[in-house]
Every structure is written in C-alpha cells, then in structure tokens.
Design a protein around this ligand. Structure first.
Ligand SMILES: [Zn+2]
Length: 523
C-alpha cells in the first residue's frame, strides 16, 4: 500500500521554479520536474491526479493573525462594514435585542468608512444598549468605545474628570467620552473577554475557512491562555487542520517556554512572545518621530518602557521564546531594533518586527544590520487609503516598503492581522503587486515598492514560514512537507483576479486533502 500521489497535466510552481509534475508520498514531496522524471520515481500503485488548466503552489502561510479575535468578531454584532455610526448603533441595538443578557462586544468600526468621518462618543452608544455594558473595538484593535455602563463596570466614574492620561478620551467638559486607546483598553478587557468564550467548534470553523483560502499554517499572536487551551484540545483530538504557531502575551510569557512538539502535540507549538511598542496609524497612536500631519499636537504613543521590555524579552528568549515586537511608527521601529539586536540568534525561531509601518531612509542601515524578520500586511496598502492625510504625502511614501525590505536581503513575511484586516491572502498578494485596493485607493502607491507576483506569493510561503521558524516549509522541493494548494487557474497572474472566493480549489496539508469550510465572506 502506498499513499503516493502524482499530480500531472497542469503546472507546478515550487516557490523557485515551474515544473510539469509533482510526486508526494508519506506527507512529503518526493519529486518535482518533468512528467518523465516524476513518473520514474513514482511507486507502483501511486494515484494519478490530472490537473488540466490548474496550477499547484506551496501552501500559504499567514505569519500574523489573531484566531481568538476572529472567533470573537464572529460572535458579536457585524459592524465592520457599517456606513455611519448611526448604522453601527442600529446594528448593535438589533443584535442586543436577540442576544439578551451579558455585555455586548463588537469589533471593526472605522470612521474612515463613514461620510462624516467623526469619531463617536459614549452618548451616541448609550441609546442603543442602555444599561448593558457595551464595548466596540475600532478596526485597528488599538482603540475602543465603551458605553457609560461599561465604564462603570470597569471602575471608571463617568461623572468625574477622566484619568490624567492621553490614552483616556475626554469630552469638552473633561469627563471621559468613552474612547479608550492602547493601555487604557485594558480597563474594559475583563468585561469584553467575559462576553466571548473561545469554544472548540467556533475555532475549528474559522480554521477550516482558512483552509478554504489555501492557508496551511498560521502564527496566532498575543495568544491568551484560553485560546491556547482551546487549540491544544483540538490538536489532541487530531482536529487541528493546519499548523499553528502561538506567540503568547507578554504578561503570560514567564509561564511558557518554547515547545518543540510534545508527543501529544501534532500541529501546535508555542514559538514566541508578542510585545507592543506603539499603536496604529488609524487612531493616531503609532509612535512617530514627528507629529501627525492631520493632528500636529500628537506624535502618537509609546507603550511600555524600553528598559522593562528589554528585561522581559531577554528572560523570554532564555526560555527559547522568540520576540515578535509590534512597531508601526518610525520611532517604535527604531526602539524595536535596539531591543532585538541583543536577542538575534538566541531563539529557535527568528526575532521579528510586526507591521514595520514607517521606515524613513535613516532606519534602513540598522534594519540591514540587525536583520529581524519583518512581518508585514500587504493588505494594509489597500485598506489604509487615508494614510497620506495622517503622515503627509512625503512620509506616506516611506510606508509599507516591501520591495525595499526585500532588497536589503531580509526575511519579509506576509500576513493579514485578521480580524483587523480581511484574512484572504490573495487580497494581500494582489496589493503587494498592484499597490492599490479594489477602490483604487492606496496607503503608498509607489510603483518602486511593487513586487512581481512570484515574489508577492513568496511573502506568504517561504517568507512567512521562515518568520514562524518553519524553514522547511513554503517550497515544494524534495523532502519538504507536502503542504500545497491546487489553484483553479493556470497562471499565477490570473489568480489575482479570481473573484471574492479566491483561486484556491484544494488545500493539502502533510500530503492529504483537507476539507474547507463554507466561506462567509467575512474576515
Ligand atoms: Zn495583530
């Protein structure tokens, strides 16, 4: 008996070159080449699969998303595509009416999608859910709107002056307006987590949707104990369809060490620790070297002290946990490089900077010297069409510089940051090639930063695999795990225009086809 499969009659892209046929057996790639070369190595009884008009590529890897947050976003009211805050409030009220009891938690509101583009306050929300604590997270995940009841529950008196901290939004009368940024969001964290338990079936549903997109491995970031427990349970039951690498929360790091794969664990590993150095461009909390162009009174927020972060990350690295450091503004990237420099090479998986939003020329020599893996979100080029307003046109030309990063010879990994951007890797690949969204808008349209389609795919194959410490994946070469996607198109270029469901027809993990879930069109 053999489980060998020969794919032929179409094309194969190994990640490096094109071939006519592919042989996999016992979960690994055995041969790739011409029909004759592959046929020669195929054992008797190998299954032959004809794939006319189709292209096989390596399985896609998303190096940075948030599985638990995707589940939580699905549980709550759908507000991400609302056209105004009135629309948001209406949807929240309608959801609350059919989900009685407990707090209401929604995710994904974005004033950039509204005609007035005005940030809301708690009074506008109080009318929809009354006395039920309600927390709505901004699309970036770096700001939240709490209603009056949620502020009370979190111990913030709505009738007294707001805490003396720019992370707490305040109304004209000095009282809290319900907006919470960065660290201040922690105040309502327990209220929000009580609303969305992470159950195995919901998690499994999300994972099988990822399979439908062609994804065979992910890094799940800022993993909570509850998320890790739910993942471990699926893994122990053999119900984890793809490889999962967890980067635990900074505060939980002392309770973890890197797991090289306990016998009970097939597809789940704890790989690293996630730290935040700043916020995001949307809520103007990304930490910049010079003020925001559209809010000259602020340069964003630094999170944590450099000294403390250095100590905690160093201790985590001692236990093998690779640091993954969130840095979007240029000042945060600069701090990330100083923090990571002494940790390079000390952990099984590489040190990484997440997002690397703004990199003016003066930061490039240090990037080239420290050589962290850069975990980027090409989809943000399409999503952040307003970026030049925040940064000014000149500075936004220094944002999301994927080709520049590649030219420095760095590992550049593709990711979605879902649910904070759609999970679809093909949308990201398209944005890395075309530097624009479907609506024609762009955070930085500079054609010099555009990647050829094979290289854009490479962000989500070899690049993301290396960033997660899975260097044997992302290439369909002999000996590599047989993680692959059969595309419904014959050419990679055509994959970019395959429509909203994408071009992934079949996804194989470790040499076996995996059932894909029903897509809902959500993140
Ligand atoms: Zn993230």
């Amino acid at each position: 008996m053999t489980d060998a499969v020969v794919f032929r009659g179409g094309r194969v892209f190994t990640g490096r070159r094109y071939a006519d046929a592919l042989l996999i057996e016992a979960g690994r790639v055995v041969a790739v080449g011409t029909d004759a070369e592959v046929a020669r190595q195929a054992p008797t009884g190998a299954e032959r699969r004809e794939i006319p008009g189709r292209l096989i590529v390596p399985g896609l890897v998303d190096a940075h998303l948030h599985l638990a947050e995707i589940v939580r976003q699905r549980h709550g009211p759908a507000i991400a595509d609302a056209g105004s805050f009135r629309d948001v409030a209406g949807r929240v009220a309608a959801w609350a009416a059919v989900h009685p009891g407990g707090p209401v938690v929604g995710r994904g509101w974005d004033p950039e999608r509204w005609s007035d583009r005005r940030w809301p306050d708690r009074r506008a929300l109080d009318a929809s859910t009354g006395d039920r604590p309600t927390i709505l997270y901004h699309a970036s995940g770096h700001a939240a709107l709490a209603n009056t009841a949620a502020l009370r529950e979190a111990g913030i008196d709505p009738d007294r002056p707001a805490p003396d901290d720019p992370a707490f939004g305040r109304a004209a009368d000095g009282r809290p307006d319900g907006l919470l940024f960065e660290d201040a969001m922690r105040a309502v964290g327990p209220v929000a987590e009580a609303a969305g338990a992470i159950d195995g079936p919901s998690l499994a549903r999300v994972l099988s949707e990822l399979v439908g997109r062609g994804i065979t491995a992910v890094g799940t970031m800022a993993t909570s104990a509850a998320e890790l427990a739910a993942l471990a349970e699926l893994d122990a039951d053999g119900r984890l369809p793809i490889e999962v690498r967890a980067y635990v929360r900074l505060g939980d790091a002392p309770r973890h060490r890197v797991s090289e794969g306990a016998p009970a664990s097939r597809r789940l590993r704890v790989t690293g620790v996630k730290a935040f150095l700043d916020g995001a461009f949307g809520p103007r909390t990304a930490w910049l070297g010079a003020p925001y162009a559209d809010a000259p009174s602020t340069s964003g927020l630094a999170i944590g002290s450099e000294e403390e972060l250095g100590t905690v990350l160093g201790a985590a690295a001692e236990r093998g946990l690779a640091p993954a450091v969130h840095a979007i503004g240029d000042r945060a990237v600069d701090r990330a490089l100083r923090l990571l420099a002494p940790l390079v090479g000390r952990t099984p998986a590489p040190v990484r900077i997440e997002h690397v939003g703004l990199t003016p020329p003066e930061l490039l020599p240090a990037l080239a010297r420290v050589r962290p893996a850069l975990v980027v979100q090409p989809g943000f080029v399409a999503s952040d069409g307003w970026l030049s307003e925040r940064l000014g046109r000149e500075r936004s030309g220094e944002a999301y510089r994927f080709r520049t990063f590649r030219s420095l010879g760095l590992v550049v990994a593709g990711s979605s940051d879902a649910p904070f951007d759609p999970v679809d890797p093909w949308r990201g690949i398209r944005a890395a090639v075309r530097r624009r969204g479907e609506d024609g808008r762009s955070a930085n349209p500079d054609p010099a930063e555009s990647l050829p389609v094979e290289e854009a795919l490479g962000l989500y194959t070899t690049g993301a695999a290396e960033a997660l410490g899975m260097a044997d994946r992302g290439r369909l070469e002999p000996g590599a795990p047989a993680d692959l996607v059969v595309l419904s198109v014959a050419r990679l270029g055509s994959a970019l225009d395959a429509g909203p469901d994408g071009p992934s027809a079949e996804t194989w993990v470790a040499g076996r086809p995996v059932d894909a879930g029903v897509r809902t069109g959500g993140p």
